[in-house]
Ligand binder design. Structure first.
Ligand code: NAP
Length: 465
């Protein structure tokens, strides 16, 4: 008689696609419960794990990266395997994974970014924050980019934490960034920077700013850059004032207090200025010699909608800034995976509480699940992914208990390697990653940095193999 699925002899085989925070929280929850015996195989297209913790979190925010210690403990659990340098949809296909595993959890994040949809957006000198962040973090996808920091003025559109990261990296001195794991080439470029003015531009007001207090507070402590707000911009419209007075969200109150401190700042001796501009939307990027030379903004007014939302409405006043670089930082966006349902409008895998569904019919794909930004969109901090992944992991187990569907031809844990080898994939195991990790840390230590990142896949594989 065959062993029951979920037993030690026939474990429930789960493939997780992606290895960022959401992936690890799901894996950890599945492996820590004892009711169903699970085996987890985690695949990532890069040789390195941890997704945005490595490629997104700013290099001068090393403390946030300590969260990888938790993920490492999960990776070292006996029923877990990591397979890096394996691209879903190219090296391994959805049908194969469904054939070899009982369940798939997609944890692929939101790789792309939202567009402003204005003339001039595609000019040289206009970038997404995603590109700049990937570049300074040494992400292999963005190595070929180059940013001309010989310009004096730059505009950042959007006022979330990513915009703040970009502004801070541009605002800091090379010395302030030297003891971080910023990519060497990025630090070299930043050393040559001639920036004088950094404009961070929000379409709504201070009460609606999407950044969080610890992040914006750092802007008050920059060595060579003064953070400024026009005091007039802090005169709130009635609805925003009412929200500020009544809110239970301390972050909103703190954000406004920090902005008020900036508005009172008279320390204008510093060579670089960081301007927080509120109630402006981008209309057009101007061109000179094929590249951005300016941005046209429209002044907004804030209006309250019937459902209590505060939205920006354009007025007939305009402003032009002669900037040579523009970064749009208006949100990440998911990218479709071959063969997997995708909601183009929201940039997510359509789902109900993490169960993948067909977008048109709403019918559940019974053995496929989704977690993290691919599930709910690009919102929340790293910790937000924990309850999100737990919801999906628990639902997966509940569904499995209710309906023990399985794949006909599961791979045994020990045969995943053979399967990948048969496809000539130059995969990287967790032990391989640890070799690279140690190399990067040792190189970093020699240079007084937390880590010296290896930035090409080729060089990574050379160290690992
Ligand atoms: P975000 O927090 O959603 O902020 C997006 C910003 O873009 C908002 O200010 C938004 O304004 C604006 N925006 C959107 N569409 C726009 C348009 N068409 N024109 C002009 N402005 C527009 O996104 P994010 O900054 O990319 O961050 C993503 C998530 O990662 C967030 O949850 C963030 O907190 C998190 N994160 C955290 C850290 C950290 O903890 N240190 C660092 C980086 C990122 P409206 O509000 O008016 O829509």
């Amino acid at each position: 008689m065959p062993y029951p699925i979920g037993s030690e002899q026939r474990p429930l085989r789960i493939a997780i696609i992606g290895s960022g925070p959401a992936a690890f929280y799901a894996a950890g929850d599945l492996l820590k419960q004892t009711e169903t015996h699970v085996e987890v195989d985690m695949f990532d297209r890069l040789p390195t794990p941890y997704g945005l913790v490595r490629g997104g979190v700013a290099p001068d925010h090393q403390k946030i990266k300590n969260v990888t210690k938790i993920y490492e403990r999960i990776a070292l659990l006996p029923h877990f395997r990591f397979w890096g340098n394996v691209t879903f949809g190219r090296d391994i296909q959805r049908e194969e994974v469904l054939a070899h595993f009982d369940r798939i959890i997609y944890a692929v994040g939101a790789k792309s970014d939202r567009q402003m949809g204005i003339p001039g957006e595609d000019l040289a000198g206009s970038y997404s924050a995603t590109e700049f962040v990937g570049w300074y973090n040494g992400h292999p996808d963005y190595l070929d980019l180059s940013f001309d920091l010989s310009v004096e003025k730059v505009a950042i559109i959007g006022m979330g934490n990513v915009a703040i990261d970009v502004a801070r990296v541009l605002a800091k001195t090379p010395k302030e960034l030297a003891n971080t794991d910023i990519a060497d080439y990025a630090l070299e470029t930043l050393k040559q920077s001639r920036l004088q003015d950094i404009y961070v531009i929000a379409r709504r007001g201070p009460v609606q700013a999407a950044f969080t207090p610890p992040e914006v507070r750092e802007m008050l402590e920059l060595e060579q850059t003064v953070a400024m707000v026009n005091p007039a911009a802090l005169k709130l419209d009635n609805a925003s004032q009412r929200i500020l007075d009544q809110t239970k969200h301390r972050d909103i109150v703190r954000n406004v207090e920090i902005l008020q401190r900036m508005a009172q700042n008279t320390d204008h001796e510093k060579p670089r200025r960081l301007h927080f501009m509120f109630e402006y939307s981008p209309l057009e990027l101007y061109e000179a010699k094929g590249a951005v030379c300016g941005i046209k903004l429209v002044k907004n007014k804030l209006v309250e909608t019937e459902d209590g939302r505060i939205k920006a409405e354009a007025t007939d006043q305009f402003e032009e800034l002669p900037v040579g670089l523009v970064f749009r930082s208006i949100g990440y966006k998911g990218v479709a995976l071959p063969g997997v349902p995708f909601d183009e409008k929201n940039g997510i895998i359509p789902n109900h509480e993490g169960r993948v569904i067909d977008l048109k019919t709403g019918i559940v794909h019974p053995r496929e699940y989704v977690v993290g930004w691919a599930k709910r969109g690009p919102t929340g901090v790293i910790g937000t992914n924990k309850p999100d992944s737990l919801e999906t992991a628990r639902l997966l187990l509940k569904d499995y208990q209710a309906q023990k569907t399985e794949t006909a031809e599961p791979l045994k844990p020990e045969t995943v390697e053979t399967w990948l080898k048969s496809k000539n994939i130059d995969f990287v195991t967790f032990a391989g990653w640890k070799k690279l990790d140690q190399f990067e840390m040792e190189e970093g230590a020699r240079k007084g940095k937390p880590r010296q990142k290896i930035t090409t896949i080729e060089a990574m594989l050379k160290i690992i193999n």
